[in-house]
Design a protein around this ligand. Structure first.
Ligand code: URA
Length: 466
């Protein structure tokens, strides 16, 4: 039930933003609390989000919104774990299944990981939807359960809940269906509030850019990364950021259970170009936040060893069982949900794959049933597509470019769309590296490339700079 006072306050904030005024901390906190409690209607909050998406927020307002989300629920104190607990978060991208791989890898290296994730946004899937492909796996843990699972297994993944950042949960769902997912301050507040509420002592931010991400350009990705690093600094949360290229989907699988199956293949030791590389970079940055004495080489060795030994896969299985998941699906991923119908896109001529339009692929996966177009929509966990090639790979006429999985009615029209996403040319294309920069950790220019990381002082307490 909406309330007159609450409506007045949200309209006041909308007018203030439209008139170029700065909004006070208390005003933003009130609006978030009122919306979470149902005292403001969706259409009023949607109007505010649209205003913010157009006008932006000042840095102080972004921090205030972050704090408002945090204080809409409880916060955890994980200092009792006796070790630094770390976390990672991505701004989202097509085929982004990084969390499924890096969380168990880092936990298997002895650094606890607590992760609060979200559902899919727009044309990109979300970790919660992906993991929900595993029957029984609970993604709605309360605060006590989060701590219990973490204590028992060294890792925990859950969604926002009535307890944890409910303000972000409510706003996030509304942003998804109101065209407001790509506002930098809204993304920063959404992500950083989850990281702060869960109480970790270090976070790696995977800031993605390109057509397969919400952020289009590397410049904007850098701006968002710096914004989140600054928030981290202001609240005392050590953070690193990776800028990663999403001009093509990450890995081959796009769609919930298909991505779980691909992540499990990587955990079994299969090298999946670009995906495995990005995961190993993020995992070792997380490891270094948790165990600052490790330099780049030592942390990398530990990450590789956790995968090769099977400990990371065993950790994933142990954790999934703890959260109620059916581990037989982990042992045999062919039993994960699958869609009833399939169709194939084939190359019409020989050449090299010079480009794959990641946004078209993400939208196609959503249309196949892997994503939502309205609040209430149920996703089809088995729907999506598996690419036959990545950019830079050779292809011959008749080779499979993509396998599509979905329901029969719309499959054929989506085949045409997916075919149009592939650009096959007669010369080998130049490939951009998947990681274009790593920020944070005390580099004076905030712009170190991977190879320059010998400068890491090992303190694990990144100094503020950007
Ligand atoms: N992930 C989040 O949690 N929030 C966003 O806004 C984008 C990605």
């Amino acid at each position: 039930m909406t309330s007159t006072e609450a409506v007045k306050s949200v309209l006041g904030v909308i007018h203030a933003k439209r008139n170029g005024q700065t909004v006070g901390n208390d005003d933003l906190a009130t609006v978030v609390l009122d919306y979470t409690a149902g005292r403001i209607a969706d259409y009023q909050m949607a109007a505010l989000l649209a205003t913010v998406a157009c006008t932006g927020l000042t840095h102080a307002e972004t921090v205030a919104l972050t704090r408002a989300y945090v204080s809409s629920g409880s916060t955890l104190n994980l200092s009792t774990q006796g070790k630094r607990v770390v976390d990672k978060h991505s701004t989202g991208g097509v085929g982004d299944k990084v969390s499924l791989f890096v969380v168990p890898v880092v936990a298997a290296c002895g650094v606890p990981v607590a992760k609060l994730s979200g559902q899919g946004l727009d044309f990109m899937g979300g970790t919660i939807d992906k993991l929900s492909s595993i029957s029984g796996l609970r993604m709605d843990l309360g605060t006590d359960e989060v701590v219990d699972v973490l204590t028992r297994t060294g890792m925990v993944v859950s969604g926002q809940s009535d307890d944890l950042v409910p303000g972000d949960r409510a706003t996030y769902a509304l942003r998804d269906v109101t065209g407001t997912v790509d506002s930098l301050p809204l993304i920063a507040a959404s992500i950083m509030s989850k990281k702060i509420a869960i109480g970790t002592q270090g976070v790696v931010l995977d800031v993605k850019y390109g057509p397969g991400a919400v952020i289009g350009s590397v410049e904007e990705a850098r701006e968002l990364a710096v914004l989140m690093l600054r928030i981290g600094h202001e609240v005392g949360l050590p953070a690193r950021a990776v800028l990663s290229d999403m001009r093509q989907p990450l890995g081959y699988a796009v769609g919930n259970s298909l991505e779980v199956a691909e992540a499990l293949r990587a955990l079994r030791g299969e090298w999946i170009p670009r995906y495995s590389e990005l995961c190993e970079t993020i995992a070792r940055l997380m490891l270094q936040l948790g165990r600052p004495e490790l330099d780049v080489a030592a942390a990398t060795v530990q990450v590789k060893e956790a995968i090769a030994s099977g400990r990371a896969l065993a950790k994933f299985r142990e954790w999934a069982e703890e959260q109620g998941g059916d581990v037989s699906q982990i042992d045999d991923p062919s039993t994960l949900p699958s869609a009833p119908h399939a169709a194939t896109v084939r190359a019409t001529h020989d050449g090299w794959v010079a480009g794959i339009d990641a946004r078209t692929i993400g939208s196609a996966a959503a249309r196949l049933g892997a994503g939502r177009f309205s609040y209430e929509q149920q996703i089809d966990h088995g729907a999506g597509l598996v690419l036959g090639r990545q950019v830079g790979e050779r292809v011959q006429a008749g080779d499979v470019l993509a396998e599509l999985y979905g329901s029969a009615e719309n499959l054929e029209s989506i085949v045409v769309t997916v075919a149009s996403a592939f650009h096959v040319e007669d010369h080998e294309p130049d490939l951009e590296p998947v990681v274009s920069a790593i920020l944070g950790g005390g580099w004076p220019d905030g712009d170190a490339e991977q190879g320059d990381e010998s400068e890491n002082d090992g303190s694990g307490n990144p100094s503020p700079w950007w």
